[in-house]
Design a protein around this ligand. Structure first.
Ligand code: FEO
Ligand code: CA
Ligand code: CA
Length: 725
């Protein structure tokens, strides 16, 4: 593969936020001057902002009324390990639901372990790089049945094509031009798998229903519609859709979302994996266009890691180059970059439905989209994060008020709640308060006179929302990944996976480097030893943290703290700020989800602790904003962290196989069946020298079997709720 630049997972290495928003220095200065008042621990301000410590002793820290039924973890912690299997607690069992290449229907042969499956067949096979997912109960009438646990539809994202490229017979074919059939296969291996799943008898384990009429693949070539502000806009007109109402494909679908009405949201993250722009293209663009393309990481002359556009002049390949080649946008794919970076709504119960890109939620590296619990007569609220270093946290508030009659309403309900509303971006103040800044055309300077971009419409604002957020002074975060809302108290959580771009307070930042701030407070170093014995030093916020916030009395105010800091148990106290021990130490939180009981599940995608343990999933009984105290983080920045972790409120539940990321979580409404995705097992190996043979290795020795991303089903032997007593 040496002649080919290998299409690695585009891992947010390009920092493109060069805005000079207030950040750590300004926040730090403000914080230091107000430290006594804010963090003195005795002032009225402190109590108002962070609450008191009195609830931290309650299991779960729920508000009164729920304390009589405390949540309690009910399993023995799984030890850190580097085995090539999924490890779960004693009394639990694991089965494989589906893996890369498994056929959804009966017309295709089983996966053969040699990459011989045709590109075409991947329109009917499970894709690669399992990631976000969600379970929807399925009723006897074929419609959404929120309370059904024995039969459902599982939607799974396929984020990217995983090394060592077991999709192909011999990995990638070397050469400067990609092979068309390999690109075709990769286009069809991305996207989403939808399949019916079912229990057998009283066993909570579940299997895929091969051949179900609901089984469906959505790929990077599937026709889909635009809705919301960009529909029909000049910004998304292409040769494929000269009127800007349609596009093809969803790509690099990372985390997910779901809606109260029973549809799936798949979220487009690292779409720059596949989009190139020819050298010399700037000369054919306006200055504002060039600035916007730069802010979204696509300078002229950029070669995409996957180089799909190199495979030929056929429209299916050429469309991946976002260059001006014709008189008008209706004659080329200059706007292809603007057709990705959205949240896409899919109706899992209608296999003929056309997925819809819901543009009102903004365009960025969407990790996912997570609703607050829907309340009749109140707006629907969706939180999302932009996963790149120094990017932002967003909130969407629907214009329409929630009507439970819309449950089961499919994409029509989606249009009602997701096409009109108000988008906000978060500013985390040093004093523990926060503000949601409104991203609406004509407000807050978001108009044609704006110096960053001449916003002429809401279509401009949502398409270039990073520039709009820069303009408003949003807070740059340590790579926002997954979020979730605690159903017991409506507080929102979001992982900040790590950030090597932070520098010491005493340093002079260069380029896009940032000093720590209160919401992203740590700077430190950690030594990592590889399997071959070489060592490297990781710097910055190496292990990540989880921010949480509580909405205030107005739509634009909130208070926040840091629920949990990732760390190795042996790390210094100002790194291991949450007091992690052997039963719960972890690094780089990424996936996160609350189940309906209020149990919090945390998954890791790590490259700092993997010399000691494979990536993992933990279960937590979280408290509430303000249940902790003021601390000074490694590097000298002061912040507010939540209550300390203990063996009772945070415990390791699962460890994945070698070289994997544990990502994606779903559960049945009775909590007896849990789905977990394992992505890129064996990614550090090659086809000739594999480091993993998972999932085949789950059943024992499996020499010669290629590693595959897969969905596992975790249940208790004999049944019972997962995670609790
Ligand atoms: Fe695809 Fe943000 O991880
Ligand atoms: Ca992720
Ligand atoms: Ca990640």
């Amino acid at each position: 593969m040496s002649q080919v630049s290998e299409p690695n997972h585009y891992d947010d290495n390009e920092v493109v936020n060069s805005s000079n928003n207030l950040h750590f220095e300004d926040i730090l200065n403000a914080r230091l001057s107000r430290r006594q008042t804010v963090f003195g621990g005795i002032s009225a301000t402190t109590a108002a902002v962070f609450g008191t410590l009195s609830l931290s002793a309650c299991a779960g820290g729920q508000d009164s009324g729920l304390e009589s039924k405390p949540l309690a973890l009910g399993f023995s912690a799984v030890a850190k390990n580097r085995l090539d299997v999924v490890t779960v607690p004693d009394g639990y069992q694991v089965s494989i639901l589906h893996a890369l290449g498994d056929p959804l229907h009966f017309g295709d042969e089983s996966w053969k372990n040699d990459g011989s499956e045709s590109a075409d067949s991947y329109q009917r096979r499970i894709g690669d790089g399992h990631d976000g997912m969600w379970y929807f109960g399925l009723g006897e009438d074929g419609k959404f049945a929120a309370d059904r646990s024995d039969r459902g539809v599982l939607c799974v994202n396929h984020e990217y094509v995983v090394q060592p490229f077991g999709l192909h017979p011999n990995g990638l074919t070397p050469g400067s031009q990609r092979v068309g059939s390999e690109v075709d296969k990769e286009i069809h291996a991305h996207g989403v798998s939808i399949c019916e799943v079912k229990r057998s008898g009283t066993n909570p384990d579940m299997a895929m229903v091969r051949g179900s009429r609901l089984n469906r693949r959505i790929t990077s070539a599937t026709p889909m519609a635009f809705s919301g502000p960009v529909r029909g806009s000049d910004l998304v007109k292409t040769k494929y859709s000269p009127d800007g109402t349609m596009t093809r494909g969803t790509n690099n679908n990372c985390g997910n979302g779901y809606t109260p009405w029973g549809t799936y949201l798949t979220c487009e993250e690292n779409y720059l994996n596949v989009i190139a722009r020819s050298a010399g293209d700037d000369a054919r663009r306006s200055a504002a266009e060039v600035r916007a393309l730069g802010r979204y990481g696509l300078p002229q002359g950029r070669v995409s890691p996957y180089r799909w556009d190199s495979a030929g002049t056929d429209d299916l390949f050429a469309r991946w180059n976002s260059a001006v080649t014709a008189e008008t946008a209706a004659g080329d794919y200059r706007n292809v970059i603007n057709t990705f970076g959205w949240n896409v709504e899919i109706d899992p119960f209608d296999p003929t439905s056309v997925p819809v890109k819901r543009s009102a939620l903004g365009r960025f590296n969407h990790e996912g989209a997570w609703p607050a619990p829907a309340v009749a007569g109140q707006p629907v609220i969706m939180y999302s994060g932009d996963d790149a270093r120094n990017e932002y946290v967003y909130k969407f508030v629907s214009k329409a008020l929630w009507d439970p009659k819309d449950i089961g309403g499919g994409l029509a309900a989606g249009a009602k709640y997701l096409d009109e509303g108000t988008l906000y971006v978060a500013k985390f103040n040093a004093d523990g308060t926060g503000v949601w800044l409104e991203l609406t055309h004509g407000k807050n300077g978001l108009d044609a006179s704006n110096s960053l971009y001449p916003f002429s419409s809401q279509a401009d604002v949502v398409t270039f929302v990073r520039l709009a957020a820069d303009s408003l002074g949003a807070t740059k975060m340590d790579r926002p990944e997954w979020g979730g809302v605690n159903p017991l108290n409506n507080e929102a959580y979001m992982t900040m996976t790590n950030n090597s771009n932070r520098v010491a307070l005493s340093a002079t930042p260069s380029g896009n480097q940032l000093k720590p701030d209160a919401a992203n407070p740590r700077y430190y170093e950690d030594t990592f030893t590889s399997d071959s014995g070489s060592t490297r030093t990781n710097r910055g916020n190496v292990n990540g943290h989880i921010v949480r916030w509580k909405e205030g009395s107005s739509a634009t105010a909130f208070t926040w703290d840091i629920y949990l800091f990732g760390a190795e148990a042996a790390a210094a106290a100002d790194v291991n700020l949450s007091g992690l021990t052997a039963v719960n130490d972890f690094s780089s939180p990424d996936g996160l989800a609350f189940d309906p009981r209020g149990l919090l599940w945390i998954q890791t995608d790590d490259g700092a602790f993997t010399d000691v343990t494979n990536c993992m999933m933990l279960a937590a009984v979280p408290g509430k904003v303000g249940d902790g105290t003021t601390v000074t983080a490694a590097g000298g920045t002061q912040t507010r962290r939540g209550a300390l972790a203990t063996a009772d409120n945070l415990r390791r539940f699962l460890v994945g196989p070698k070289d994997c990321e544990v990502t994606g979580i779903a559960f049945t409404p009775d909590y007896q069946t849990m789905f977990v995705n394992v992505q890129h097992p064996g990614e550090d190996g090659t086809l000739a020298n594999p480091t993993s043979t998972w999932p085949a290795s789950q059943a024992g020795a499996a020499a010669g079997r290629r590693p595959r991303s897969a969905t596992v089903v975790v249940t208790r032997k004999g049944g019972g709720p997962v995670g609790t007593v």
